[in-house]
Design a protein around this ligand. Sequence first.
Ligand code: WT7
Length: 712
Amino acid sequence: MSKKGDKEAEEFEPDKGSEAQIAVHWREEGYFFPSAKFIGQANANDPSILERFSEKNYPECFKEYADLLTWDKYWHTTLDTSNAPFWKWFVGGRLNASYNCVDRHLKTDRNKAAIIWVPELEEQDTEVITYQELYCRVNEFAALLKGFCGVETGDVATFHLPMVPDLPVAMLACARLGVIHSQVFGGFSGSACGGRIADSKSKILVTIDGYYRNGELQDHKVKADEAVARALEDGVVVEKVLVFRRNPGEYASKSPMVEGRDFFVDEIMPEYKGKLVDPVSMPAEAPLFIMYSSGTTGKPKGCQHSTGGYLSYVTGTSKYYQDIHPNDTYWCAADIGWITGHSYIVYGPLALGTTTVMYEGIPTYPDAGRMWRIAERLGVTQFHTAPTTIRTLRKVGPNEPAKYNYHFKHMTTVGEPIEPDVWRWYHEVVGKGEAVIVDTWWQTENGGFLGSTLPALNAMKPGSCGPAVIGIFPEILDENGDVVEAGSGHAGNICIRNPWPGIFQTIWGDPDRFVKTYYEKYNKDPKSTDWHDWPYFANDGAMQAKDGYYRILGRVDDVINVSGHRLGTKELESAALMVEEVAEAAAVPVVDELRGHAVEMYIAVKPGVDPNVDVAAKVTKMIESEIGKIARPKNVWIVADMPKTRSGKIMRRVIASISNFTDVGDITTLANPDVVTDIKHYVESEKVAAGELPRDLSSAELQSILNFGSEE
Ligand code: WT7
C-alpha cells in the first residue's frame, strides 16, 4: 500500500528581480511512495542504476540503452561532437527500426499481441494484431510503398492518419525501407497538413477515408484534397495519395477519388499480399522521422529524429520509466500523431516486445466509463495520458473508475503541468491508490523523457515532474546566463547541459533556426566542439526545490499549450490575418479548467469595415481551417487598438493578463497605456456577462500567464 508522506509545507520564494517572477509562493506537497509490490517487480529497482548513469559515466552510460536493441553493426563512437551542436550518436553503428520493433520478436513471441486496437464504436470488434501479423502487414505495405509508389531510402512520406492500425503499420513500413515518415496529427486541417507536406517535400500522402470521433464517421479524405492543393501553392506536387478505408468496402468521404492520383490501398494491395521486403540496414544517424511542432515564428518546425539514438532512448526510457515488461498490456492513450504516441505507443513498447494498446476515439464516448471498460476488458497494466484527459474524466465521471475491475500498476501523466488536486484524483481514484505515477516532462524535440521520477526508486510529489531522468543533467539559467542556484526554488530557464541520444538532430531544412532557437542563447563559444559549451535551451521556465525535484512553469516563448499540444501564437495570428477585415491580431493563453490553457484572440479591424460583418466568427473559422479544431479560440475580442510598446510591438503579456483577470502590471512604458483600461473594461464585462467569472489562479496558473510572451 502506498502511504502519504507528511512533509511539512515549505515556501519557496522565487527571484524578485524579474517581472515574470512576481511574488509567487509555492506550497510544497507531501510525498507519495511506490508500493513494495511495485518495487519488487520493477525493471529499475536497484539504485546502482543512478551510479551507472552518473555524469562520470557519461556518455558511455547510454550504451546500456543501445544494447537493448539489435544492431547489424556495432558503433565505434558513442558521441561525436565534432559538428556541435549537431550531435551524432552511436556513429558507425547500423540497424533497422522495423526489424527491432517486429522481426526480432518473432522467434519467441510470434503469436503474442503486438497491437490491440480498440475502435471507438463499442459494437465494433477489438482487433488483435500479433507480432506475426504485424510482420506481414508491415512487409506488405513496405512492398506497396516501394513497388507502387517507387519510394526510395531517404525519401519522405507524409501520413495524415487518425488512430487506426494502418498508422503504426505505415510507420514501420517506412522504417523498414529507410524512408523518413512525417505523420501529421489527424485532427489538423488539410491546409496545415499541406504546409507540412510542402516543407518536407514529400511526394506521397497516406490517408484514410474517415474515422470515428464521438460516434460520428468523419470525412477525412476531403482534407487530403486541401492538403495537396496547399502543397502545390508552395510548389510541391503530391504524386500519389494512398487512401485506406475505415470500413471495408465502404467510402466515408464525399470527396471524389482523383484519377491517377488517389488510390484505395485495399485495391492495390492484392498484388503485394504475402510479399516480404528485407529491412534496410540504416546508419544510426539516418533520420527515422520528422515530427512538426510549433515555435515562435509562424512556420512549424520539422523536428528530425535519428534512428539509432532515438530508438535507443525511447526503448531505455520505456523500460525504466514506463516499467515495461514483455508480458504487460501497456496503454498510452495519446494520439500517435504526436511525439508521445511515436515514442511511447509505437517505437518504445514494440522495441521491447510488449503489447501496446491503441484506442481510436475520445475518452468520453459513449460515456465516462469507456476508458475503464477498455482497461478492465484488456487487463491493462500501465496507463498513460495527459492532464487534460484526467481533468475531463474527473469532471464527467468522478466515480466511474471504482465501478470497473481493472488494476494499474503504473500510470503516466504528460504534456502540461498537472494540478496537485488533479494528481491526487488520478492517484486515488484512477490508480485506486495502487498505481505508481510518473509525471513526465519533455518535448517533441527531445525524443523521450527529460524529467520524471524513477518509479521504484524516487518518491512522487504532486505538481513536480521529479528529478532529471538518468543521463540528463539540467541546470536553470537566468537571462544573463548565470546559473540559478540548484535547489534554491528560484525560477529561471531550464536547460540541459549535455546531449542525449533522443535529442532531435536538426530542424528539417533549417539548421540555422535549430542553432538559433535551442543553442544560441546560452552558447559559450560558437566554434566550440565541447558539449559543455552548448546547453540545450528548452524554452520552459522551471524551478528546482531543495529535494532536487523540478517544477515546470510553462513556456517562456510565444507558444500556447492547449490540452498538452503546442500552438504558436504566430501561427494563430497569421491565420487570423488571412481574414480580409483584420488589421492586427494577437493570440494569448487563458487558463482553462479542462484544457490547461485555451486560446483567446484579440483583433483590430481595418478602418471602414462594415459593422455587420461578424469578424469574430470569420476569425474562428479561418483558424479552424488553417490549423484545426484544436486551435479554436475560446473568445475573439474585437478591440479598437492593441497595447503596444514604443517600438510598436504588441504587449501580449498585458492582454493575457486581461483575459485572465489578473493584474496587468506596469504599463507606464507603453506607447498607448489608455487602451488597456478600455480593453480591460470591455473584455471583463463581456466575460462576466457570459458567466466566465474571475477566480483565484493557482501559483502555477498565474506563473504561466506572467511568463507568457518572449517579445518584450
Ligand atoms: C511542452 C512540450 C512531451 C510530449 C507532449 C508534449 C510542456 C510537457 C510537461 C510536464 C509540465 C510539461 C512544456 C514543454 N510539458 N510535459 N510533465 N509538466 N509541462 O510535447 O507538444 O512538444 O510540448 O509541453 O511546456 O515545453 P510538446
